[in-house]
Design a binder for this molecule. Structure first.
Ligand code: SF4
Length: 331
């Protein structure tokens, strides 16, 4: 059967990982037109995908879908994985948004680097079907790395693409992907782990705490990426930077909270996330904060900075055993 490969274009979901690079490069190597799109969320470091695309000569379109993703996180149809990762709903949402983009980009179908049987939650055959159904674009989805093993969809039935161009990779092994990478001249790609923060158990715990306290907004989502977090009361958290990099990120992300610094010695940045803590909550925050000044005496002076100005407070180190009660962490 003949195909006119250039007549129909695909939008590719691009994550920056090896499988998505392979899907794009493989299709391009067979003569198909592909628009790779990276969807920005608060849980995935975009620089990883952008760098990976640049190193592999892939022209990337970046779209921020944080608002849609946050809305989905409130009530995912297929629930969460081991931590707070709603992978089926997340993939479906990305396919849906990519599908809605087709008219703008003059594209006709969607591809991804999913590999049948590679991931327990989102890449089983039944889960892949659910993703397709939930996205509303089931009949336009092509997974080039595994499509030989999947049901034919419209792009194949209509001969927009040739099924012989599709591959039959499946399972958790990576050897076929490595061979293909070498065949396609792909030398640079990130390690498989370390992508989505929703699969990190401590991040998931901090995110769950935000959801439970109805504090899910852009500022809090940025803040939970850095430092140690302590739930002080229903409205207030304390965050303490772990190192200089954390302190810088927290300083930049904090728009509405109160900032804490030791007055006389070097130490971390502290943030109280509510603008008007009760006296009891402020005392607790100061005493936990002061614990992280190893070189300080048992009591010390802390400067609290708020939009109204700076005030000086005494703090007394709390015992670690007491601090743990407030720490939002499995460790
Ligand atoms: S790992 Fe994260 S980004 Fe990937 S599908 Fe799951 S929730 Fe979405």
């Amino acid at each position: 059967m003949t195909t006119s490969k250039s007549a129909h274009a695909a939008i590719a979901l691009f994550s920056g990982g090896l499988d998505s690079i392979l899907a794009v490069k493989w299709m391009q190597s067979r003569g198909y037109k592909v628009y790779p799109v990276y969807f920005l969320t608060p849980y995935m470091p975009a620089d990883r995908a952008i760098q990976s695309a640049a190193e592999n000569g892939i022209q990337l379109i970046v779209r921020d879908i944080s608002t849609e993703h946050l809305a989905m996180m409130q009530n995912p149809v297929y629930g969460f994985g081991k931590h707070l990762n709603p992978c089926v709903d997340c993939h479906a949402l990305m396919f849906k948004i990519a599908g809605d983009l087709m008219a703008d980009l003059d594209a006709d179908y969607l591809i991804s680097g999913e590999v049948l049987g590679q991931r327990p939650m989102s890449q089983r055959r039944d889960a892949m079907n659910l993703v397709g159904k939930l996205s509303g674009y089931k009949d336009l989805l092509i997974r080039p790395l595994s499509q030989q093993l999947l049901n034919d969809t419209l792009p194949i039935r209509e001969s927009w693409i040739d099924k012989d161009d599709m591959l039959d990779i499946h399972g958790r092994g990576r050897s076929r992907q490595m061979e293909l990478a070498s065949e396609l001249g792909i030398v640079s790609y990130p390690a498989p782990a370390g992508g989505c923060l929703l699969t990190d158990r401590n991040f998931a715990l901090r995110l769950r705490d935000l959801i439970e306290h109805d504090e899910l907004d852009d500022e809090n989502l940025e803040l939970i990426r850095y430092g140690r977090h302590y739930r002080l009361d229903a409205r207030c958290k304390l965050i303490v930077g772990r190192d200089e990099a954390d302190n810088d990120k927290l300083e930049a992300a904090c728009k509405t909270g109160l900032k804490l610094h030791a007055r006389d010695i070097f130490g971390p940045l502290g943030i109280i996330t509510c603008p008007q803590p009760s006296e009891e909550t402020l005392r607790l925050a100061l005493d936990i904060f002061w614990y992280y000044h190893k070189k300080g005496e048992d009591t010390g002076s802390v400067i609290l900075s708020s939009p109204e100005g700076k005030t000086d407070h005494r703090a007394t180190k709390l015992e670690l055993a007491n601090i743990k009660e407030y720490h939002i962490s499995y460790d």
